[in-house]
Write a protein that binds this ligand. Sequence first.
Ligand code: ADP
Ligand code: ASP
Ligand code: MG
Length: 405
Amino acid sequence: MARIVMKFGGTSVADLDRIRNVAARVKREVAAGNEVAVVVSAMAGVTNQLVAWCQALSPLHDAREYDAVVATGEQVTAGLLAIALQDIGVEARSWQGWQIPVATDDAHGKARIERIDGEELVRRMGIGQVAVVTGFQGIGPDRRITTLGRGGSDTSAVALAAALGADRCDIYTDVDGVYTTDPRVVAKARKLAKIAYEEMLELASVGAKVLQTRSVELAMKQRVRVQVLSSFEDVPGTLMVDEDEIVEKQLVTGIAYARDEAKITMRRVPDRPGVAAAIFGPLAAEGINVDMIVQNIGADGTTDLTFTVGKADLARAHAALDAGRAQIGYAEYTTDANVAKISVVGVGMRSHAGVANTMFRTLAEKSINIQVISTSEIKVSVLVAADYTELAVRALHTAYGLDAA
Ligand code: ADP
Ligand code: ASP
Ligand code: MG
């Protein structure tokens, strides 16, 4: 007997037939004698619709009301799955974040889980009741509903697995594992039987949305055994493991892309101490994450500065920069949302040079212009025009020898 958390993403609960399919999978685990908690996402497309409605009414909407709206999708699927389970003779009940409770901080729209009280769930699982838990949501110190950022149900699942002391956390999705790159973009992508926590963390943080970054961070810290599996097929998935459990180390393990950033270029910024702080301080105060940054040195005492922010934060970034104009003293700024960030990731980079060079050469051969570059110990990222995303990912996948035979 094991205690397990099963998480099902939006495509896996997209309609009633799929919810029945999920119920059947849950029943199998229960029948095998396991204690089961299930975490569900909203039906595919629902969260996007809810976000779009908030945006349409007001781009600078109140984040607490945004959470009140977007958290509803998960409430529907949790209730429906509990009904589907009861219908096939499995005892189940739905749980919303506030009922457990899943306590988060007060960062509405991108809250972090601080504590989960798993006691009552454990007690009920012990008497054979399946807990069907809404992913993506919690309750803040202001006693209002919070959400965990897009893709946050993965994090709900891993955090719940840690809180319940679960033996494993199985993430069921619409692909059958973690691949060398998005299998929907590169047909020759290869499924990885295992991936190191750190590589998965880096891949997720640069755009491989198969797992939310925070979920990987938590799994690594709390030693949760996470597997990524298909909701639709019974085939082995991908297991996250420690680096030393991977025998054949590749130089590059995976390639990811992200189209959710926008580039901001500030021109003729005074080249003096304190200017970066004057620009990035107010952005940080607004909770806006700045990702890639480059600065060009001008000859006339001014400089141009380029950086990226999430597209979802663009309106607020504009407001912060406009408000800070006198203090910063720039001539103008332009924004370009038509960009994509392409990243190559691999722990092998720690000990081998030349990874970045292969990237630059490959992109040059395809005449793809690099706008911004950033690196970390196990990653190289470049910003390119969005139209080249697929071409760049495919060319790099081949260049690093990742194509399936
Ligand atoms: P869910 O709704 O189940 O959470 P997501 O859409 O959030 O599913 O994540 C699964 C998707 O992640 C896949 O459909 C795939 O297109 C995408 N993806 C991106 N990079 C990868 C990768 N390296 N391996 C597998 N899937 C990836
Ligand atoms: N429904 C939420 C989203 O679409 C959370 C999730 O699916 O993980 O972002
Ligand atoms: Mg997801």
